[in-house]
Ligand binder design. Structure first.
Ligand code: ATR
Length: 289
């Protein structure tokens, strides 16, 4: 590729970034469409976030993804927020436009797009969300906006599940419930659910033998099981579910679609989703070689 004075700069802000799959995914996508952009990892140490944001303005950087640990912290330095970003108080895309720096959140919409690709729509569905952190909030908000009938949060710290449940109810009017891991009613909640999504890191590499404390015997044939972990692609939770013949949605889908929606915001073009998935899958395979 040829970098010249017309080249637009994109990137990702986070710390650490050594395992980030975004630069390869975006650069190959940009190249395949012949777009004169480059996507760079910007590893930012904690205290430098305000300076990094000023740098985006000073250097005329077109847009960036934002990842851990800055998704929430960056909000106060921006000039405006999309509706999702405002509701979730978290940003994973910043666009440097005529109105200044605008923050967006494509994590929740990325999850919904991955579900839809698998033929699953949230409308009128009962969902169970394992975990109550930032990812759970983004996903639950979109499930609610997509017309879910009820969302139950199961979390180790039950107070966080309660806070999130009331937040989602207040924002969207969708019925929510909250419970702790060990509670007696969990099996029944899962038996009645249509969609189960794990947003905790349980089962992530290298702890691939672990799974969240839900039992496969609570699953039923129409339950869709999804996991936002993408390393490994097939977590133990997903393996147990697919062994029982259940439909599963892996974390690569959500990752690729949050990237595809970011790409559209960065460039205005439809992202080459298939290629992006290939790049991510290849990178994940290489990691384990
Ligand atoms: P993110 O913003 O990526 O969602 P997070 O805010 O750290 O990350 O949230 C991770 C979620 O996974 C939390 O709900 C956390 O439970 P607590 O609220 O009790 O901290 C949950 N989690 C993380 N590690 C866990 C573990 N070993 N067992 C059970 N839950 C865990």
């Amino acid at each position: 590729m040829q970098v010249n004075t017309d080249t637009r700069i994109l990137g990702i802000i986070g710390y650490p970034l050594e395992h980030s799959l975004s630069p390869a995914m975006h650069n190959q996508a940009l190249k395949s469409l012949g777009l004169n952009y480059i996507y760079v990892p910007f590893q930012v140490e904690r205290g430098f976030l305000p300076g990094a944001v000023q740098g985006l303005r000073a250097l005329g950087i077109t847009g960036v993804n934002v990842t851990l640990p800055f998704k929430e912290a960056i909000v106060e330095y921006l000039d405006g927020l999309s509706e999702e970003a405002r509701a979730c108080r978290a940003v994973n895309v910043v666009i440097n436009g005529p109105g200044g720096l605008l923050g967006y959140n494509t994590d929740g919409p990325g999850f919904i797009a991955a579900l839809k690709e698998a033929g699953v729509r949230p409308a009128d569905r009962k969902a169970v969300v394992l975990g109550a952190g930032g990812a759970a909030r983004a996903i639950a908000y979109q499930l609610a906006r997509g017309g879910a009938r009820e969302i139950t949060f199961i979390n180790r710290t039950v107070d966080k599940a309660r806070d999130l449940a009331s937040f989602i109810y207040i924002e969207t009017g969708v019925k929510t419930r909250a419970t702790g891991w060990g509670d007696a009613g969990i099996s029944e909640v899962i038996r009645r659910a249509d969609i189960l999504v794990n947003t905790t890191p349980i089962g992530m590499y290298p702890h691939t033998q672990e799974m969240p404390p839900v039992r496969p015997e609570w699953f039923h044939p129409d339950l869709v099981v999804s996991d936002i972990i993408y390393n490994p692609v097939k977590t133990r939770l997903l393996a147990e579910a697919s062994q029982m013949g259940l439909k599963t949605v892996d974390g690569v889908g959500m990752f690729v679609y949050q990237g595809a929606l970011s790409f559209k915001l960065f460039t205005g073009k439809t992202a080459p989703v298939k290629l992006m998935r290939e790049v991510v899958t290849n990178q994940l395979q290489e990691k384990h070689r």
